[in-house]
Design a protein around this ligand. Sequence first.
Ligand code: FAD
Ligand code: FES
Length: 526
Amino acid sequence: MPNYINSVWSEAKPSPPHPPLEGNLIVDDAVVGGGITGITTALLLARAGRRVVVIEGRRVGKGESGKSTAHLTETLDVPYRALAARFGVEGARLAAAGQREAIARIAAFCDELGIDCGFHRLPGYLYVERREELPALDEEADTALTLGLGVKRLPGAPLPFPTAGALRWADQAALHPRAYLAALADAFLDAGGRIAEETQVVEIDDADLCRVITDRGTVLARQVIVAAHVPISNRVLLHAKLAAYRTYVLGLALPPDAGVGGLYWDMSVPYHYIRSQTIDGQNTLIVGGEDHKVGDGGDTIARFDRLEAYVRHHFHRDAAATDHRWSGQIVRSADGLPYVGRNALSGRVFVATGYGGNGITQGTLAAMILSDLVLARDNRYAELLDATRVKPLAAARALLTENVDYPRHLITDRLRHPGPEGLGDIQPGEGRVLSLGGQRMAVYRNANGQLSALSPVCTHLGCLVHWNRTEQSWDCPCHGSRFDPHGRVLNGPAVTALVALPLPPEATANDQEPPVAHWPEQPPAE
Ligand SMILES: Cc1cc2nc3c(=O)[nH]c(=O)nc-3n(C[C@H](O)[C@H](O)[C@H](O)COP(=O)(O)OP(=O)(O)OC[C@H]3O[C@@H](n4cnc5c(N)ncnc54)[C@H](O)[C@@H]3O)c2cc1C
Ligand code: FES
């Protein structure tokens, strides 16, 4: 089987590891999560003279930020015509201004810190391939012009395949996300900050002095910023307004003069996104798409196959020459803008989430907002993106459609009764949910042929996990939690591991894997 977790950024020089938390610590601000949101927020706070610790469950930059294709654009996943309808013309205009300000902030960091991450400005093109899609493109062009955004309507996009029309946005940007993030993390350490890696936060107590409880010790902090991509402090309220999707990407080596000179995204559902970047001297084409709700996409290998067929058709390449394949998680909000600010019902806990496929810019904007809130400074985007907002009817409808999946999965997946059949067919590196000894189990066979079993009940709110073949993970279809084959958390909102179960003796005579030590199970945060 090909490698499905090898992104074009994987070969970046790894940063030295940071030691886990040992014992207890008192700081001004604890930041949970070492992605674009967490590291940028931490840097801004440390530069303002605060004592800040970043607590990262795995390694800095290895979350979704390190898998991003890093198109830095004024456009968002949600069309501006939808944003204008939901937030008014002024709201949509402010959302666009936020995107521009985030790109400018990233450019300024690259400049001030001399970051070598290939940051460059280039045009972006929203395009359609089919004439039937032209009315939607024209509507978006009209809205953009009404909002005063500097777009140009073109008969087609400069791509090596025919397009029916395009909108050109000047002065967008791109960069190497891991190189950028590693440099920001270094700047944070230089400013006196501390990073604790391999330290999983399992609970946050909101009080005058917040307690951030981890599997390594406790941090006492005046403020806590939850930058874990999804909120882990608010386990229900905010999740009802979020939906987690997986997206798929291919990276292909190109001859030096064959790149595409812009950022591109189409209006298909799900949409495709295309760009190229020189990485370690190699010109590389990066094409993504095939998004689906986490845990609900069927065979994930088929997603890569379809994307390869798309690349073959549009770029006339032999798909066998595909050099990198990877997938990642994006989290959409109900109304199209992220949720940033004070957590509902919280005094001192802040959150940022719901960026969709725009999280490099929106994570940066969130960091600017959150650092201003912590430092009691005004921020003109804070009200628009307020995490506790309940937005209009259109958003409520989206919210209901997305979240009907939670009760649906909770009930219907439980009504399905898998039998023990197929245990012997599980191949090394494969997992399957089976019923053994009267109990439902998530069974995995490791590379040595040994079997192990977990409870398939997600530790967030109790849905049943599904096996993801390409990521080799257990994925929850309800709110996007993911677990490795041994049950450890890969993506929240879950914070605790799947429970290990003993396999019944009759299920396996001599190929049972020794049990894996798990982090201690904690009660839910609410
Ligand atoms: C394939 C792909 C392509 C994308 N393309 C683009 C693009 O072109 N442009 C764009 O702007 N955006 C894009 N995005 C979206 C963007 O990359 C993300 O929205 C953004 O990086 C999220 O940043 P984050 O800091 O919120 O999360 P992350 O980078 O995921 O960081 C969160 C961190 O929190 C840690 N964590 C989680 N739970 C805990 C816990 N309990 N304890 C301790 N630590 C914890 C995780 O380990 C992780 O490191 C893309 C995303 C993907 C996956
Ligand atoms: S992620 Fe919410 S129940 Fe699994």
